[in-house]
Design a protein around this ligand. Structure first.
Ligand SMILES: *Cc1c(COP(=O)(O)O)cnc(C)c1O
Length: 472
C-alpha cells in the first residue's frame, strides 16, 4: 500500500488560524498602484488580450509566477556587496559550492544562469542519440522541451490522483510505481536517465514523498540508470515531508533534504524558486564521469565553471538564499499562504486544486465558467476577467498552454483548464491575499458575464506567450 492510501489532507476547521504572521518586517518598499476598471479595459485591448503583454506598471498584484519574483533579505543584499567577481576561483563560488554540499550532499557543483541551462547541460550529456526516453513524474515545460530538443522522448508516470480535484491524498507528486517499475523493466536499454520533479510543478505543486523517491531510486539502481531530481522547490517539498510523512516530524529540513537526495545521482536547480533569488541555478552530482562532461558543457554554454553565466554576487546571494529557505519559520509562513488562499476559496464554493500545493493556487475555470465551451479557453478568459475586475495578474494552465497536438493539429483539450495564482516568496501580505479572495468571490457572483476568447493571431510555438486574442 502506498503512502497516499494512508495520509490525507484534512480541511482546517478554522481557516483564520492558517494565517501565520510574517517572520520578517518591511525595510524597503516598492509602491504599487491600483487603476480603474475603464483604464484596465483599454490596457487589455492594447495588450490584445494577452496578460504577458501588460506592463507591470499596470498590474496591482502580480501572481503570474513565483519564479525570480521573490524578495531578498538584508543578508542577501549584504552578500551581493561582497560578491567576488573574479573570472576563475571566485570566493562567492566557494560559498555556493559549500552550501550545496552541506544541504544537498553533492560534492560537485556547477552554476548555471537559470534552471533551463542546467537542463541543457544535463540533457546534452545524457541524450546521446535520437529516441532515448526520459521518464519522470511530470516534467516541467522547459525540462520536456530540452529532452525533445536533444531528440529524446518524454514519458510520464504521474500518480493517477494528481488531476482529481476531489482526492485529498497528500503526496500526489509521487511517481506511479505500479506503471513505472514494469516500464523500466522492459525499456531500461533506451533510458539514459530518470528525472523526478519535487515538488511537481506541472501537477499543481504537489509534493513527492520520501518513500516514493526511495522506491524510484531503488528501481533506477537496479537497472543502473541515473536518477536526477529537478530541485526547484525541493525545500518546500521537504517541509511537506516533515509535516505529513510518518516518521519525519522531528527531523530537520536539512536532514530530510539530504535523505531525499541520497537516493539520487544528482540534481538540477532553478534557484529562482527555493534559492530565494531573482536569477540563477546550478547542477550538482557526486559522479566523477558526469561531472567531467557537465563541466565541458557548462564552459560551452554558460561560462567558466566557477561562475556559469552568473555574476559572483549572484552566486553569493543564492548561497545565502538556500540557507534562509530551510528556516522553519519561513517555510511555515510560505506554505501557509497557499493553504490559506486555497482553503478560503474552496470554503466559499470555488473549485480549486486540493490539497494546496506549495507555491500556487489553481482555480478550476471550467467549473467557474460553466457557460464557456473549452474551445473558448475558459482558463484564459478567467485570467482576463480577474485582471479587469481587480488589476490582479494570474496565468492560464490549460488548453491554451498545452497547445496543439502536432499529429492532428487539434487543441489538446484532455486535462484541466486552470487559472493559476503563483505566490511570490516574501512579497505579499495576508491583506493582499484577502484582496485576491474578495476579487474572486465578487467575480464568481457575475461569472455568467465572463466572455470567452478566440485567436486573432496564433503563435506557432509556446503560443500562450505571444498570441493575440479577441473577446467573443
Ligand atoms: C522554473 C522551473 C524550471 C526552469 O527553471 P528556469 O530558472 O525558469 O529556467 C525547471 N523545473 C521546474 C520544476 C521549475 O519550476
Amino acid at each position: 500500500m502506498g503512502l497516499n492510501e494512508l495520509v490525507y489532507w484534512k480541511p482546517p476547521k478554522d481557516v483564520a488560524r492558517l494565517k501565520v504572521a510574517e517572520p520578517f518586517k518591511i525595510k524597503s518598499i516598492e509602491p504599487i498602484r491600483q487603476t480603474t476598471r475603464a483604464y484596465r479595459r483599454r490596457i487589455l485591448q492594447r495588450a490584445r488580450y494577452n496578460l504577458f503583454n501588460v506592463s507591470s506598471r499596470d498590474i496591482f498584484l502580480d501572481f503570474l509566477t513565483d519564479s525570480g519574483t521573490g524578495a531578498m533579505s538584508q543578508s542577501q543584499w549584504a552578500a551581493l556587496q561582497q560578491g567576488d567577481e573574479s573570472y576563475a576561483g571566485s570566493v562567492s563560488f566557494d560559498l555556493l559550492r559549500d552550501t550545496v554540499r552541506d544541504l544537498f550532499g553533492f560534492k560537485h557543483v556547477l552554476p548555471s544562469h537559470q534552471g533551463r541551462s542546467a537542463e541543457l547541460v544535463l540533457m546534452s550529456h545524457f541524450i546521446s542519440k535520437k529516441g532515448l526516453v526520459v521518464p519522470g513524474n511530470l516534467h516541467f515545460d522547459t525540462t520536456g522541451a530540452h529532452i525533445e530538443f536533444q531528440g529524446g522522448v518524454i514519458k510520464e508516470f504521474p500518480d493517477r490522483r494528481i488531476a482529481d480535484l476531489d482526492d485529498f491524498s497528500l503526496f500526489k507528486g509521487d511517481i506511479d510505481l505500479k506503471r513505472f517499475a514494469p516500464y523500466m523493466e522492459k525499456n531500461h536499454r533506451k533510458i539514459p536517465l530518470v528525472v523526478l520533479t519535487a515538488t511537481c510543478n506541472s501537477g499543481g505543486g504537489q509534493p513527492v514523498s520520501l518513500a516514493n523517491v526511495a522506491a524510484v531510486g531503488k528501481i533506477c539502481r537496479k537497472h543502473r540508470i541515473p536518477l536526477f531530481i529537478d530541485s526547484a522547490r525541493i525545500i518546500e517539498n521537504a517541509y511537506f515531508i516533515k509535516t505529513y510523512e510518518p516518521g519525519y516530524s522531528r527531523k530537520s529540513i536539512r536532514t530530510i533534504l539530504r535523505e531525499f537526495l541520497s537516493h539520487a545521482d544528482g540534481a538540477i536547480m532553478s534557484a529562482k524558486k527555493d534559492g530565494l533569488v531573482n536569477i540563477g541555478g546550478f547542477i550538482a552530482t557526486n559522479n566523477e564521469e558526469y561531472y567531467e562532461n557537465f563541466r565541458r558543457y557548462t564552459i560551452l554554454f554558460d561560462g567558466f565553471i566557477t561562475y556559469g553565466g552568473l555574476a559572483g554576487r549572484d552566486l553569493a546571494a543564492i548561497a545565502v538564499g538556500l540557507r534562509e529557505a530551510t528556516d522553519l519559520d519561513y517555510l511555515r509562513y510560505r506554505i501557509s499562504q497557499a493553504a490559506y488562499l486555497a482553503t478560503r476559496l474552496w470554503q466559499a464554493g470555488v473549485r480549486v486544486v486540493l490539497p494546496p500545493g506549495g507555491h500556487a493556487v489553481y482555480i478550476d475555470a471550467r467549473a467557474f465558467c460553466p457557460h464557456l465551451p473549452v474551445g473558448q479557453y475558459p482558463g484564459h478568459a478567467l485570467t482576463l476577467a480577474l485582471y479587469l475586475e481587480s488589476g490582479i495578474r494570474s496565468c492560464e494552465i490549460g488548453t491554451l498552454l498545452r497547445g496543439r497536438d502536432p499529429q492532428t493539429g487539434e487543441d489538446r483539450t484532455k486535462g484541466l483548464d486552470l487559472l493559476r495564482l503563483a505566490i511570490p516568496r516574501r512579497v505579499y501580505s495576508y491583506n493582499q491575499l484577502d484582496y485576491v479572495i474578495d476579487a474572486i468571490l465578487k467575480l464568481k457572483k457575475n461569472a455568467h458575464t465572463i466572455r470567452g476568447v478566440k485567436f486573432v493571431r496564433e503563435a506557432p510555438f509556446l503560443r500562450h506567450f505571444t498570441s493575440e486574442f479577441a473577446l467573443i
